[in-house]
Structures are given as C-alpha cells and as structure tokens.
Design a protein around this ligand. Structure first.
Ligand code: SAH
Length: 461
C-alpha cells in the first residue's frame, strides 16, 4: 500500500518541513495493523517526493476474531489503500494535516502544486466517480484500471485503480481530502463506524464538504450507510438543507421499508427454509449471508447439522456474529455454524461437499461481468446437490408507489431482472452444468407482474 506526494514548488525540499519528516531519513513506525515507513525516493530543489508505505499485517489484523477462521487471513487489505491509509495519514502527518509548521509558518497556508498518487485504490463506481469526487474540490484526476489477472485478460477488469490527483493546494488540504476520501472509495472499513467517526468527518470536512456536489455520497459511504448517523451528519453539515435532507432520508428509509412493509423478508425466509427442509439437505451454505437472518432460522432447525455462512463483507459478518450471539450460545450449537469471509466470484475449496446452498438476494449485487465467474464457482466447483437462488422480480416494482419509475429497490443493486431474464439465465446455467431448475414466486403474486421475489431451485441431475 503506497501513497506518494510530489511537489515541484521551489525549493521542493520544503515538503520535508511541511510533513515534519526529514528527506534524508528512512523512518519506520509500528502500529497495531502493521508497519508504516516514510521515505523520500527523490529530494532535490526542483522536485521532491515523499512516500508513505504501509505494510499491513493481515494476521495481526484479525487476531482475536477466531470465529472467522483462516479465510480472514486472505484478504486484499495489505495491498490496497483502504481506511488503514487514512489512519496512517492522520497518525504520521497529524501536524501537517492540522496545518501547523513552526519553521515555515507561511508555507503552511500557501497553496503549492501537489501530486498525490495511490498505487492501488479499490474504487466502487469507477473513474467517473473518482472525477466526481476530486474535480469539484480542484484536482485533476488520472486513473488506470487494473485487470483482474494480467495473464487472463478474459476475466475482465478489477475494481482496483492506480490513481493520481494533481492540484494547487496547501499540504494540509491535500492530506485532509485524502484522509476523508480514501475510505469513500472502498467497500470495507476495518473498524466500526461510531459517534467519533461522525465527529471526525464533520471536523475534517469543514469548509469544503458541505458545498461538495457529492456530499451525500461521500457522507453515506464514509459512514457506511449507518442511516441514523448519516442523517445526523448531513443535518449538521448544512442546516439550511434540513428539510431536504430529511426528505431524502425518508425516501431512502421508505425504499428499505418497501420490502418489509408486508414482510416480504419473512416470506422469503419462509420459502427458502421450506425448500431447504424439503430437499432433505443436512449441510447448508448460506452464500452472501449478510447479517445472518437465514442463519438464525437454520440454527433453530436440527435437520441442519452443518451450516456455513459466507460473505464478502467483514462488517456484515461481524454483525451476524453479534446478531447470532455466537459468543454466548452453547458450544454444541455453535459447532454447527461457521462464518467464512470470502467472495463468490473466486473458486473456494471450503464450499465443496455441501448438500445445499442458498444464495438469497445476492446475485443482483454482483457486477454483470462477474456473473459467469459466480456460476462456475457454484455450479462447477462447489456443486451442491441443491442450489436455491432468489432475486427481485423487476416487473413487480411498479406495485410500489413510493419507488420512482425505473429505479432499483436498493442503491447497491447492479441489475434487477424480469422473470424472463432470470429464467433465461437460470435455464442456461442449469443446462451447462447438469442441473434441472424450477421457478417459484415468493410474496403476493399479481396476475400481470408476478411476485416481488423470484426463486430458482436447482437440483443436480
Ligand atoms: N442473504 C442476505 C443478504 C442479502 S444482501 C439476506 O437475504 O438478508 C447481499 C449480500 O451479499 C451482502 O451481505 C453482500 O456483502 C454480499 N455479497 C455481495 N457480493 C458478494 C460476493 N462477491 N461474495 C460474497 N458475498 C457478496
């Protein structure tokens, strides 16, 4: 994980004063998540580059969270600039970020040409999102997207970018922007969002965030959709927009309530449980288990002897662990359940040998180019006897008066299929991998548009 900051302001070595780190020295610092090193690959009067290298210790990072097993030891945190980089910036360059410099007091307040480069940044939303975030606050952006694997170009692009931003700024501004914005691009934050996070955002965002056109996205992503914190922060950021904010908030909550208003959630869980019971399965995978609603029901039924929940989001797994009170339930019960951290688009040996897999409201969160990888992971490699996939039926969206036409039910959905699209996809997958598939409506069925949720039940033939 590498961040470089370069200036051609003359004398460029002033950067050392500003950062409070001497250009001739290589300095290392120990943190709970690993080591950080600060050094200057170039330091002349014309051009000076400071480098912050993070060496994140993936093992140390998950120590004390035994229930997630080895899977947690394999993750992309060491290689990408995530919230660790933010933390490191605030720890190592705190004085610089605060705009203090005893030796060169004027320098601190003088905008100078600065270029920051993040070697690998995971970006949800692509180059366009990068521009929408950085350009309004005066940076030009260059981004190079990395393929998933250089040896297999057909696998397509990854979500990782090398990002360079350039602008004439004070160093304090640049560091503050990086501190707030780096986690905004990422999916995963390694620590919980709490009251103090909100305070940090408010104080670091002072003077630029409230007028940023992407204020809401930044806030929402930064605070990871914690809606109460989110609305509070927005309200504080711009009190004049109180009403508008409240309205926006209401729409968001309504969208989420759409489905719960007639407990579609419960109906879906009921349908999934009934199908799993009827399949005779004893060992179950809940893939994309989220916060563990299905896991809770599965645990209560003794038919299911071995239950595994997997999700790509560590935060969801932590919430599942809390919801299921895994640290409190009797060992005998707890032994039946394992939580795994992993992604459904990579082949995973831990998923082999199960009777059934439930993939409930997950596929619509996958980018369409990743679907074929998902298909192989489930149907070619994991190969459970029964696979149960649910996804929204887009046709039903017209039934929800509060959902604006053409809009998806959740902001993270990458697509929503109508019944024909889902069935075409499922039939193709079944045929290719030696499964049969039947389709069941879930929720109240309308004559014209069908049911809100569609379920495909695949059986290996
Ligand atoms: N099945 C749960 C959660 C559905 S939300 C329920 O019905 O309540 C979708 C879930 O899929 C989220 O928890 C998300 O983190 C997870 N997810 C998205 N992409 C994934 C991937 N590539 N691998 C594993 N899980 C993924």
């Amino acid at each position: 994980m590498l961040l470089t900051i370069t200036t051609e302001h003359k004398p460029a070595t002033d950067l050392g004063f500003l950062l409070h780190k001497h250009p001739d020295r290589f300095q290392s610092f120990d943190f709970s998540y690993g080591k950080a090193h600060v050094f200057y690959p170039e330091a002349t009067e014309e051009r000076c580059t400071a480098c912050l290298l993070l060496d994140v210790d993936p093992v140390g990072m998950v120590r004390g969270k035994q229930s997630f097993q080895v899977a947690q030891y394999v993750n992309d945190r060491p290689y990408v600039a995530s919230s660790f980089m933010s933390v490191a910036i605030s720890q190592l360059f705190n004085t610089a970020m605060g705009g203090r410099c005893k030796d060169r007091p004027q320098l601190v307040t003088t905008p100078i040409p600065l270029v920051a480069r993040l070697e690998v940044l995971p970006v949800r939303g692509g180059e366009n999102f990068l521009q929408r975030i950085f350009e309004p606050i005066g940076y030009s952006v260059e981004a190079v997207r990395h393929p998933l694997d250089e040896h297999f170009p057909e696998w397509g692009e990854s979500d990782y970018y090398s990002v360079t931003i350039s602008g004439t700024k004070t160093l304090s501004e640049l560091l503050t922007h990086l501190y707030v914005l780096i986690p905004v691009f990422d999916n995963d934050k390694h620590y919980f969002v709490g009251e103090d996070e909100m305070q940090k955002l408010l104080s670091k965002g002072e003077g630029w965030l409230s007028s940023h056109p992407e204020k809401e996205q930044i806030t929402r992503r930064y605070l990871k959709n914690l809606s109460s914190l989110y609305s509070q922060t927005l309200v504080q950021l711009d009190e004049r927009q109180d009403i508008e904010t409240a309205e926006n908030q209401l729409t968001k909550v309504q969208e989420e309530l759409l489905e719960t208003s007639f407990s579609l959630n419960d109906q879906r869980l009921g349908a999934v449980m009934a199908t799993l019971r009827a399949s005779g399965a004893r060992t179950i995978l809940d893939l994309g288990c989220g916060e563990g609603k299905l896991l809770r029901d599965l645990l209560q039924d003794q038919q299911f002897e071995q239950i595994v929940g997997m999700d790509v989001s560590i935060r969801s797994l932590e919430m599942a662990q809390k919801r299921l009170k895994l640290d409190q339930i009797p060992e005998r019960l707890g032994k039946r359940l394992n939580l795994l951290h992993g992604s459904l688009i990579y082949r995973d040996k831990r998923l082999e040998g199960f009777d059934a897999a439930a993939v409930v409201e997950v596929i619509e969160h996958l980018d369409p180019p990743r679907l074929s990888a998902f298909e192989r992971v489930i149907f070619e490699f994991a190969k459970p006897r029964t696979v149960l996939i649910t996804t929204p039926n887009r046709e039903y969206n017209v039934m929800w008066k509060t959902l604006p036409a053409g809009q998806f039910r959740h902001s993270d959905h990458r697509f929503e299929w109508n019944r024909q699209e889902f069935q075409d996809w499922a039939n193709g997958v079944a045929e290719q991998h030696g499964y049969s598939v039947r389709f069941l409506p879930v929720g109240p069925e309308d004559e014209k548009v069908g049911a809100p949720t569609q379920m495909g039940v695949f059986e290996r033939v």
